[in-house]
Unconditional design. Structure first.
Length: 404
């Protein structure tokens, strides 16, 4: 059972802050019309006139666009569309889009439409966007599907129209400054990552006099992948079924939802892995990498394993796999339009210039130091972005408490 925050329809906010004189709280259903969208999946036409407002369109701030020639659910300037369904702890739930032009959009299913003449439009947009009441239906475990009756019960704080306009003006100015600062921090974060990636590329594009041209096949004792199928799961089992999505920056991640198998099933499907085994994702998300350190696992088909010889540093290979040049080659040689697949043949034939083992170790030490510095910078910039986002939420809360 989902526990919801209790919202009282009184002259106080959810924080028990008394509202200014002339402000009131009403349920959304008392002051707004609500309309649900309609399915457009079968009539998508990217040459069509109308933009389909779906969850990806809203969550991407209008960057992800699908079109259609049929306007099944028209929208008008000033309407507010919002996402009604999302994955657990998703970033799209209750996110809003303020319609900027009539006869331009059509509303997809599981997208709600709010329409009202009792609000200054942008005030209502700011107020509804990721509203705490609507987010309270997310239990963190199951997909959230907002129901009509719950949406209609959403509490809205209603100041006089002139006050709404003043609040919007203040929020616009504050958010412009905050968004500018966030963009600057994001660019700095991007620059830090790109600097490290450019250094990686430079390392792996070099070839010293004593560097030998080798294929992965020549540098390893075995290259293969995991089970092409589904093992018999056992929730009481002691072994884990691992795929490419469990590989992350040198580590095999055992997740909460990672399936288990028993010893009998493990014996059927186990692979011969060593202390110098490198695992690489080759299906779906390409190029994720991890080391094998004796974990109780079997592999799925999206995890390729390479048992490297003693003259190869697995840490050196990890950095190679993380380099843009390796990913570019993987993408170029992959098959599949929707789900990319990098074949074992291509992995065996992958060619690189390999330095002697001592040189590999020196390069790894250099890259370890640079990566540590890069991560420090990333943490600083990410903290700044998080603080700016918190400031944005604080400004909004003050606005709807009548404190601006």
């Amino acid at each position: 059972m989902i526990k919801l925050r209790k919202w009282k329809m009184s002259n106080t906010t959810g924080n028990n802050t008394r509202l200014p004189k002339g402000w009131e709280i009403k349920k959304l259903g008392e002051v707004c019309d609500f309309i649900n969208g309609k399915a457009h999946e079968k009539i998508i036409d990217n040459k069509g006139k109308y933009i389909v407002i779906n969850s990806k369109f809203i969550s991407s701030d209008g960057k992800f666009i699908k079109k259609t020639s049929q306007q099944l659910q028209p929208l008008f300037e000033g309407d507010i569309a919002f996402v009604m369904s999302d994955v657990p702890n998703g970033k799209a739930l209750a996110k809003c889009f303020l319609v900027d032009e009539s006869d331009k959009y059509t509303l997809n299913q599981r997208i709600g439409l709010i329409r009202s003449d009792l609000f200054f439009k942008k005030y209502l947009f700011y107020h509804l966007n990721r509203h705490k009441y609507l987010l309270s239906f997310n239990n963190g475990e199951n997909q959230t599907n907002l129901r009509k009756k719950d949406i209609l019960n959403c509490p809205l704080i209603i100041p006089p129209i002139e006050t709404q306009k003043r609040i919007v003006s203040l929020l616009d100015k504050a958010f412009e400054q905050i968004d500018r600062a966030k963009a600057h921090a994001r660019q700095n974060l991007k620059n830090a990552r790109e600097l490290f990636e450019s250094y990686l590329n430079r390392i792996f594009e070099e070839k010293g006099e004593d560097w030998g041209k080798k294929t992965f096949n020549e540098l390893s004792t075995k290259i293969g992948d995991g089970l092409h199928g589904t093992p018999k799961y056992d929730e009481n089992g002691e072994y884990y079924f691992i795929n490419g999505n469990n590989l992350n920056d040198g580590v095999i991640e055992i997740k909460k939802n990672t399936k288990k198998i028993n010893k009998e099933e493990y014996e059927k499907h186990k692979r011969e892995l060593t202390k110098n085994t490198v695992l690489i994702s080759i299906n779906g998300t390409l190029g994720k990498v991890a080391f094998y350190n004796g974990e109780p696992i079997i592999l799925g088909k999206s995890a390729c394993y390479i048992n490297f010889k003693k003259n190869v540093s697995k840490y050196y290979i990890k950095y190679l796999v993380k380099s843009p040049i390796f990913f570019k080659n993987m993408a170029r040689l992959s098959t599949g339009a929707t789900i990319k697949n990098f074949s074992l043949k291509s992995m065996r034939n992958y060619t690189l210039y390999l330095p002697p083992i001592e040189t590999q170790k020196q390069i790894v030490q250099q890259l370890d130091r640079l990566q540590a510095e890069t991560k420090k910078l990333e943490a600083v910039y990410q903290k700044k972005i998080d603080n700016l986002e918190a400031l944005k939420k604080s400004v909004l809360e003050k606005a709807f408490n009548g404190e601006l």
